[in-house]
Design a binder for this molecule. Structure first.
Ligand code: BEZ
Ligand code: FE
Length: 310
């Protein structure tokens, strides 16, 4: 691709070969308008975007009607966005872009717990709770004890690690989706590990639920013959001084949607087993044990070199 910059000839009203957009030269003409002294990364990203976008339109021979439909889709998506609703992130999620960006930027060393998508239902400032306290405030669902350890890559326990956890309720809704129905902070809490790196809290065995599908993204899924469900999962955000933050879930083994998560968030290493509790320890019906392994802050896992292609 030759990029001939228009501003090299600011007073030439006839322009150069690249001045006027044609099917053949569309990319070069558009990129030629950019100021080469603009931000380098912005130029790199936008140049690649224009190249791919034009190639996409050419590949599918995009019609004016389809173009209008796409504009209408994006307009409706934007109109639905608010403090509570982010249709564009949902679009990124169902197209697999969110998980791809996560994969590109979190190449963790082997042995470290893998990350997955944050999702729209995280809320900062959940209450700090005592070890083993119950986060389920609406009394619905199968009670479950979650416990395990937070470790470093050598297997040493991490003391004072913070686990910020959240899940949907037994009916498949997060508290923020039903502010007048569920108690505030239902199924959310922050826990801190002891000197042996252990954590424990009570909640419910999560249930699978559909991503918000009453907007343009839901319509798209239906037209593509895709369901909107996420397999049941518990969300975790782990942080500890000297370690990289980890945003992840544990998924419920056996969930029917594990292999078809609407947002592609499942990784086999994150599937957790739920055992029927024997009733000996407290009143919970299920037990889910899972250890997390964090990466030191100074270790190149977060942005390590891309895997070599063979
Ligand atoms: C979630 O797990 O909370 C979620 C993630 C992506 C889209 C919708 C929901
Ligand atoms: Fe979720």
């Amino acid at each position: 691709m030759t990029i001939l910059h228009d501003h090299d000839h600011p007073h030439d009203t006839r322009g150069s070969a690249m001045t006027y957009l044609t099917e053949e030269r569309s990319v070069d003409t558009v990129l030629g308008r950019n100021d080469p002294t603009a931000d380098t990364r912005l130029l790199e990203v936008m140049s690649s975007l224009v190249e791919h976008l034009h190639q996409f339109a050419k590949d599918v021979a995009l019609t004016p009607r389809e173009w209008e439909e796409a504009i209408s889709f994006l307009t409706r998506s934007g109109q639905l966005c608010s403090e509570e609703r982010q249709e564009f992130i949902l679009l990124s999620d169902v197209l697999g872009l969110s998980m791809l960006v996560d994969a590109l930027n979190h190449r963790r060393p082997s042995g470290a717990t893998e990350s997955t998508v944050l999702g729209p239902f995280y809320v900062e400032g959940a209450p700090n709770r005592e070890m083993a306290e119950d986060i389920c405030l609406d009394g619905k669902g199968d009670s479950c004890l979650f416990r395990g350890r937070v470790l470093d890559l050598t297997g040493r326990p991490i003391e004072g690690a913070c686990l910020d956890v959240w899940s949907d309720n037994a009916e498949g809704y997060y508290d923020v989706q039903q502010p007048h129905v569920q108690p505030k902070w239902n199924n959310r809490g922050r826990f801190s590990t002891g000197d042996d790196g252990t954590y424990a809290f009570r909640g419910i065995k999560p249930t699978s639920y559909p991503v918000p599908d009453d907007g343009p993204v839901g319509q798209l899924l239906r037209r593509l013959g895709r369901h909107p469900y996420r397999p049941a999962h518990m969300h975790f955000m782990l942080s500890a001084p000297g370690f990289q933050k980890l945003v992840t879930h544990t998924f419920v083994a056996g969930d029917p949607y594990l292999a078809s998560d609407a947002v592609f968030g499942v990784k086999p290493s994150l599937i957790a087993h739920y055992e029927k509790a024997d009733g000996g320890e407290g009143t919970h019906q299920w037990l889910c044990e899972f250890d997390f392994v964090l990466v030191p802050a100074d270790q190149g896992g977060q942005d390590s070199a891309p895997p070599t292609s063979d």
